[in-house]
Design a protein around this ligand. Structure first.
Ligand code: A2P
Length: 269
């Protein structure tokens, strides 16, 4: 067992729950995920994010993290990058089971199935830690009720950053409750840009060239029938938004459903 180097919080905070870290998974030297206990009063929708963090120098230091666990699960799960000079992530990456993480009581966000009009295929397009909200959504039975196909495309630099690939490919299709829907409807499309892999190149280029659709053997993306959720870096969001708008997709939000919705993935500078 690794020993803790993080001090527990010195106070309680009204807007934050103190949750205990249960497991930590280290995907690469700059990518890790962890599960925590979940206060039974915490309510959220799949796709939402919460403010989470640590008490550092006597005050909470928080960042927006998408919740990677589904809203019916007993534990919370988060996916994080580690930025060496990032005030929060340089500390958070030291967590071990038993440490305390602060979790905001009011999750919010736009990546909700209710923010999309009904459709045929649902595209979940993620780069890096943008995968996190989609890990919750691919475990949501409502997603499979509303769409014929769910395409989860994850773009990363190197294949080691394909977090949860094994769970998506091998565990979810065997899940007692979701397995049938996952096996019938979920298409996982990982792509790597900085080393050799079965599929290489940016998501934008794979859509533009049509390679994604031929590889998956599905009809090309179409604003009349298909819906899209995007989560990634600022640059990725800007490029994909422009590409979708040019093709006639309209953006949805919490007051009006649309053909696509967007959220920036966690980043710490
Ligand atoms: P690339 O290696 O060509 O920069 P990051 O770890 O920097 O967030 O990047 C995650 C993945 O997102 C990488 O594969 C990266 O490709 C890709 N990426 C970066 N910018 C864009 C963009 N504007 N559109 C699509 N993919 C992008």
């Amino acid at each position: 067992h690794a020993t803790s180097v993080l001090a527990p919080p010195t106070k309680t905070y009204g807007h934050l729950n103190a949750e205990t870290v249960l497991t930590v998974t280290r995907w690469t030297d700059r990518l890790f995920s962890f599960t925590t206990t979940r206060d039974p009063s915490l309510r959220f929708e799949n796709g939402q994010f919460a403010m989470i963090g640590l008490e550092l120098d006597g005050k909470p230091l928080l960042r927006a993290y998408s919740i990677a666990s589904a809203n019916y699960e007993e534990q919370l799960e988060f996916l994080s990058i580690m930025v060496p000079d990032g005030p929060l992530t340089s500390q958070l990456c030291k967590i071990v089971p038993g440490d305390i993480v602060l979790v905001g009581r009011k999750p919010v966000g736009t990546l909700l199935v209710d923010n999309l009009r009904p459709g045929r295929n649902l595209y979940l397009l993620a780069t890096g830690t943008g995968l996190a909200p989609f890990m919750a959504l691919i475990k949501d039975p409502a997603v499979y009720e509303r769409f014929d196909r769910v395409i989860l495309a994850h773009g990363v630099r190197v294949s080691g950053e394909l977090a949860y690939a094994n769970r998506i490919r091998h565990e979810l299709p065997k899940d007692e409750f979701l397995g049938e829907d996952v096996a019938a409807k979920l298409l996982y499309y990982p792509t790597v840009t900085r080393e050799e892999y079965q599929t290489t190149g940016r998501l934008t280029d794979l859509i533009e060239s049509g390679k994604m659709f031929t590889d998956l053997n599905i009809d090309p993306i179409d604003p009349e029938h298909d819906r899209v959720m995007i989560c990634g870096s600022e640059a990725m969001l800007a490029d994909l938004k422009q590409m979708l708008e040019e093709r006639g997709f309209d953006e949805g939000n919490n007051s009006r459903p649309g053909a696509y919705v967007v959220e920036k993935a966690f980043a710490e500078k």
